[in-house]
Design a protein around this ligand. Structure first.
Ligand SMILES: [Zn+2]
Length: 306
């Protein structure tokens, strides 16, 4: 069940990723389209997130939420008891899938945003799945990391600066890929990186960017227009043709994604083995196509919501 404002409703008591009048709110990860209505949720009931996500919420929103770590059980005592457990979603640091087991033993699972190769597949009766790459055309049949490193190598020793733009989570992943290089980070990227490091990501030497003229720089996508000089590299999940593509004299796109592609979404459904699938039609993606293909290819009932 997904409400009109994007809340994923599990059992009787739990809402995920947007506000609903439920006793428990879960934030699956610290991307803005999953932290919706946080203040209302905090006033209404109790909000939970994994330890890393809780720290990122504090950083981005200045709010404190309760902590529920992966593979810990939360018991919600009502007339009937519901149990909630979080599993690694492999999307960004701290990202979680949610399992709710209701009083009849029925398993409600919400994947949140996930990447199949790094996520645990959770068995479900009812599955709510993200649909970012729900279109069958959205398949990536290539490895990106080596091509990306080749590109960086080409410019790393030249006199010009290399500016890399992306969103939090993916930016810090890039810092991990580039751990053999010295990296300069914009302030927000740096602060998120400190939290990622605390939760197990491994970086090489990295520093706060303070007007250095040469080197490799990581910036949030929002500042892409402000920087005009040097080599500019954009990290995008919306490139399906090739891992690295030149788009102008000094600009490249790199096809790094922290979501499953279409094949990954379908594979998850198959392994999770639900009776009914709901595809997320609130957030960016193609929930209608995904629901259609799940029915057609797997023979499992599927609907897009809202
Ligand atoms: Zn996300």
């Amino acid at each position: 069940m997904i409400s009109e404002n994007g809340a994923v409703l599990l059992g009787k008591n739990v809402a995920c990723d947007a506000f609903a009048e439920r006793r428990v709110r879960i934030v699956t990860h610290a991307h803005s389209d999953h932290m919706l209505g946080l203040e209302r949720s905090l006033k209404y009931g109790k909000v939970y997130a994994t330890p890393a996500t809780a720290e990122l919420i504090k950083l981005f929103k200045g709010k404190r939420v309760s902590v529920l770590d992966y593979n810990e059980r939360l018991k919600i005592e009502d007339e009937q008891v519901e149990q909630v457990e979080l599993f690694d979603a492999g999307h960004i640091i701290g990202s979680a899938q949610v399992l709710l087991i209701d009083e009849n033993g029925k398993r409600w699972v919400y994947t949140g945003d996930f990447r199949l190769d790094r996520a645990e597949v959770v068995k479900s009766d009812l599955l709510v799945i993200e649909a970012t790459y729900g279109n069958p055309k959205h398949v990536r049949n290539f490895d990106v990391e080596d091509k990306f490193l080749e590109l960086i190598d080409r410019f790393a020793n030249s006199a010009s600066a290399v500016h890399i733009f992306g969103y939090h989570g993916k930016l810090q992943e890039v810092a991990e890929i580039l751990r053999d290089y010295t990296i300069y980070m914009a302030p927000s990227v740096y602060r998120v990186a400190r939290i990622c490091e605390k939760y197990g990501m491994k970086f090489g030497d990295y520093f706060l960017a303070r007007g250095q003229r040469e080197g490799i720089f990581l910036h949030h996508m929002n500042s892409a227009k402000k920087i005009r000089e040097g080599i500019k590299i954009y990290l995008t999940g919306w490139e399906f043709r090739e891992p690295v593509r030149k788009i102008s004299e000094n600009e490249y796109v790199v096809a790094l994604s922290d979501h499953s592609d279409f094949e990954g979404l379908l594979k998850y459904v198959e392994l999770s083995d639900p009776q009914l699938v709901i595809t997320d039609n609130y957030r960016v993606g193609d929930a209608l196509a995904l629901a259609r293909e799940i029915k057609r290819r797997l023979g499992i009932e599927a609907i897009a919501m809202p």
